[in-house]
Design a protein around this ligand. Structure first.
Ligand SMILES: Cc1cc2nc3c(=O)[nH]c(=O)nc-3n(C[C@H](O)[C@H](O)[C@H](O)COP(=O)(O)O)c2cc1C
Length: 319
């Protein structure tokens, strides 16, 4: 039997001035440099793709082996391998406008000048109206330089924000700095139009026979299903204490493997949902999540998905 809903809910989500057709965002570094995952899935079924994080200079990244599979997730230490902003602007940026979904440009760097150079170049790209500032990469020597401290984050974002004359600014934070509410508040005070929570969490997997780490760098970034409850708790706390009042949307990211994980993020306070590791398991997961989220919103009789953002019911405390 096919269920018919009298009025289909709108799944559109606003991030800054950009409207996504639905809340599903493919996360940085997991869907190609410029949405190459579109060879495997229909990009009109999702809200946005995020580019690989791009730096000012090209980077070859860390030594292989850079990825280890774990039972409920993976550890990676790619080390921001990318072609650098000049090549990106020449070869990748011209594709953005033709992609049938919104495009979020991801920026990484090791100095304020380097971040500003990449962000301002991406700001000029047609069809790329959101720029995500990655201050949370655990896999390079200086990936956490700015994300680890609210004051340094403020200094960085105050230089970047004025250069984003066309594009909205998303700030992607890490869970590995402890309580990230001060970092989130700092990003919002600097004019962030959205927050992405969270990046991978530093982890270590050891081969018990060779007694070496399973990846060459030793410690890497842990992602996938097992980080989901941590990410959900962080989205809940940041939404409740910082982002809700400021009306700044959150892209809940970490361990979404199916629509229920995505729905949890929305109930915890996320307006959109990032999908990363799941696309390595099966690229079609994002499409299925978008479809089933829509059915869930309709089942709950909502006209708009945003009615469910932060709608988690809080248990009464029993003392
Ligand atoms: C192989 C791989 C590469 C990644 N590269 C980037 C990157 O370039 N920039 C970034 O901000 N995050 C990067 N991430 C982190 C993801 O965007 C995402 O925040 C994280 O994996 C948590 O989501 P997930 O559990 O759905 O994968 C990468 C993750 C993986 C697994």
């Amino acid at each position: 039997m096919v269920l018919q809903y009298p009025h289909m809910a709108t799944m559109r989500v606003k991030l800054g001035e950009e409207t996504l057709r639905n809340p599903v965002v493919l996360s940085a570094g997991t869907c190609g440099v410029m949405g190459e995952i579109g060879d495997a899935i229909d990009l009109t079924s999702i809200g946005a793709i995020t580019t690989k994080s791009i730096t000012k200079e090209p980077r070859i990244g860390n030594e292989p082996i850079r990825i280890a599979d774990l039972p409920n997730g993976m550890i990676n230490a790619i080390g921001l391998a990318n072609e650098g902003i000049d090549s990106f602007i020449e070869h990748q940026a011209p594709k953005a406008d033709a992609l049938p979904t919104a495009v979020i440009g991801s920026v990484a760097g090791d100095s304020i000048d380097a971040y500003v150079a990449v962000a301002s170049a991406m700001n000029d790209v047609d069809g790329m109206n959101l720029i995500e500032i990655n201050v949370s990469c655990p896999n390079t020597a200086d990936g956490m330089e700015f994300g680890g401290c609210p004051n340094r984050l403020t200094t960085l974002l105050n230089e970047i924000k004025p250069t984003l004359t066309k594009s909205g600014m998303i700030v992607k934070l890490s869970a590995s700095t402890g309580d990230i509410r001060p970092h989130a508040a700092a990003a919002i005070a600097c004019g962030a139009n959205a927050l992405t929570l969270i990046n991978t969490i530093p982890g270590l997997a050891i081969d018990v026979e060779t007694m070496h780490s399973r990846i060459s760098r030793g410690i890497g970034g842990f992602s996938g299903y097992d980080i989901h409850p941590i990410a959900t708790r962080i989205v809940h706390e940041v939404y409740r204490d910082v982002a809700k009042e400021a009306c700044v949307p959150i892209i809940g990211t970490g361990g979404v493997m199916n629509w229920k994980d995505a729905a949890e993020f929305i109930l915890a306070g996320a307006s959109a949902v990032g999908i990363g590791t799941a696309s390595f398991v099966n690229p079609e997961i994002a499409t299925k999540v978008a479809k089933n989220l829509s059915a869930w919103v309709n089942r709950h009789g909502c006209a708009n998905v945003d009615e469910l953002v932060g709608a988690m019911k809080i248990n009464e405390q029993v003392h």
